[in-house]
Write a protein that binds this ligand. Structure first.
Ligand code: ATP
Ligand code: MG
Length: 485
């Protein structure tokens, strides 16, 4: 039996719930179904955070949900979910699921974050541009794959295509036990605005504790990503993972090696690009999870305690968090540059100093660091290509040459490379004068930009020319373009 907390005894007000989510809940209720808000949104409302999205759980079958909403599409392979569309906002409606149904793949729609940087071929498609033969073949294969996946899951359909609800769909009592943490397993009932709590989630939230539902070791073995989710919620909510839920992580973290790398990439973005990236890093390290996710980053940080690179990384993550919170866009490419900065610098600095500024050496170091990172997480090529460009642009930004330098402003990676230059300059890894020159350059008219470039070319003391001397004075030795340790 759930503990039912009536409206008068909790703080969730309808004024904090998305009007579209309320519309969905009310229509389900009026259709004679149970309808609850569930998961992260209930948790976030209780701790006073603004939920990222609102998920609905119901006893209506997906087809029944579809019939209630014209703006509705059924998605998901083995487990069908209904997406109800309201302009930009999507309300996800899931039928209560039995414990036997896996939670993993279906609950992970393709990362929205990863979609932000669009691959060139996708851009072409979006604009209705010409479709190459290879592109068409790929699309067709994808389409065939999707079609093929639906009917093979015999658990779900009988001969007539009717859903075998007993195996997959369940009741709210079944639905609750497959969830990961007690704080994530609360249900807000639209019938009377009460909260249903089967697992003691309300107390845990009040105590700011994260507790695995059931036996932690078993639940982590079932789905090792739950260990990363624990770290993510610790960082996001500032909750403490209670000791019994924390203990198995050390011994079990290597199981993350068996998780599909694309899913780990997705989780990495959620850890670092959703507004609490700076806090995620120490939590991951304390739990030994950075080692399991990005061993080369952990190795660098462990070997160089309190390094400038660590400061650059933390500051970069803090800046990224500020952008997310302000609703501005962030890119996985820039995140990758921050995380891999140390490993890349270490590879470059293992070469003789005469090679430190060679573009080929810089690119080779990027490729090596990316290969090391790819051991566990699958990084889409568009981001690794972006990373190479960001690093290859650093020496060109540091030594601007006359009017040719102006062309760099139009480079697709200029913005990210310039942001990296600013960070490096902040920590004495690049000339502050050069960074200021680029900042000023972007503030003036095109004519003025030309004059600045000419003046630079004519000046005996170009900002780019000063860097070497200054750094030598301060650091006592030459530094590479990345200036790591
Ligand atoms: P946020 O969206 O703020 O990151 P969330 O709790 O909503 O956090 P989601 O990944 O959106 O997280 O998942 C929604 C809900 O589904 C969770 O609250 C949890 O109840 C359940 N869930 C998601 N992933 C898992 C998992 N791997 N194991 C068990 N339950 C999960
Ligand atoms: Mg969510």
């Amino acid at each position: 039996m759930p503990r039912i907390i009536p409206r008068a005894q909790h703080t969730i007000s309808r004024s904090h719930i998305s009007p579209n989510a309320l519309r969905v809940l009310y229509r389900l209720r009026d259709g004679g179904f149970q309808a609850f808000l569930v998961g992260g949104c209930v948790r976030d409302l209780l701790v006073g955070l603004e939920p990222k999205d609102f998920d609905v759980a119901t006893d209506a079958l997906p087809e029944q949900v579809k019939r209630l909403f014209r703006n509705c599409r059924l998605v998901g392979r083995r487990f069908r979910l209904a997406h109800v569309f309201f302009g930009q906002e999507i309300i996800e409606v899931a039928t209560f699921r039995a414990a036997s149904a896996p939670i993993q793949d279906e609950e992970l729609p393709e990362s929205e974050l990863a979609e932000e940087e669009v691959a060139p071929e996708d851009e072409l498609l979006d604009q209705g541009g010409p479709l190459t033969e290879a592109g068409a073949a790929r699309l067709e294969a994808e389409h065939a794959g999707r079609e093929a996946l639906v009917p093979v899951t015999e658990r779900m359909f009988d001969d007539t295509g009717r859903i075998l609800r007993d195996n997959v769909y369940g009741t709210i009592e079944a639905d609750v036990w497959r969830r990961d943490f007690t704080a994530n397993a609360l249900y807000y009932n639209i019938a009377d605005f009460s909260i249903w709590d089967y697992v003691g989630g309300v107390e845990d939230i009040a105590a700011r504790q994260l507790r695995v539902i059931g036996d932690p070791e078993t639940r982590y073995r079932e789905d090792p990503v739950r260990m990363l989710r624990a770290a993510r919620f610790e960082a996001k909510l500032g909750f403490t993972l209670e000791p019994a839920s924390a203990a198995p992580i050390g011994p079990l973290r290597a199981l993350l090696g068996g998780v599909p790398p694309a899913r780990l990439f997705d989780e990495t973005l959620k850890l670092f690009l959703t507004g609490h990236g700076e806090r995620s890093l120490p939590v991951l390290r304390r739990r030994g999870l950075l080692e399991a996710l990005l061993p080369n980053v952990e190795a660098y940080l462990a070997a160089h305690p309190d390094s400038l690179v660590e400061k650059l990384l933390n500051t970069g993550l803090a800046n990224t968090d500020a952008r997310v919170i302000a609703g501005r866009s962030v890119t996985p490419t820039f995140l990758l540059a921050l995380l891999l900065y140390g490993p890349i610098a270490a590879i470059i600095e293992s070469l003789p100093p005469s090679r430190w500024h060679e573009i080929a050496a810089i690119l080779a170091a990027c490729d090596q660091a990316v290969r090391d990172a790819q051991r566990h997480i699958a990084i889409p090529k568009r981001f690794t290509l972006g990373l190479r460009e960001m690093f290859a642009l650093q020496p060109r930004l540091e030594h601007p040459r006359g009017r040719r330098a102006l062309r760099l402003i139009g480079h697709p990676r200029f913005r990210a490379a310039y942001d990296l230059l600013l960070l490096r300059a902040q920590f004495g890894m690049a000339s502050a004068d050069v960074a200021t020159w680029w900042t000023d350059l972007q503030r003036v008219s095109e004519d003025e930009q030309g004059r600045m470039a000419d003046a630079l070319a004519a000046a005996p003391e170009r900002p780019g020319a000063q860097t070497g001397r200054r750094r030598r004075r301060r650091g006592g030795r030459r530094r590479s373009s990345t200036g790591g340790s």
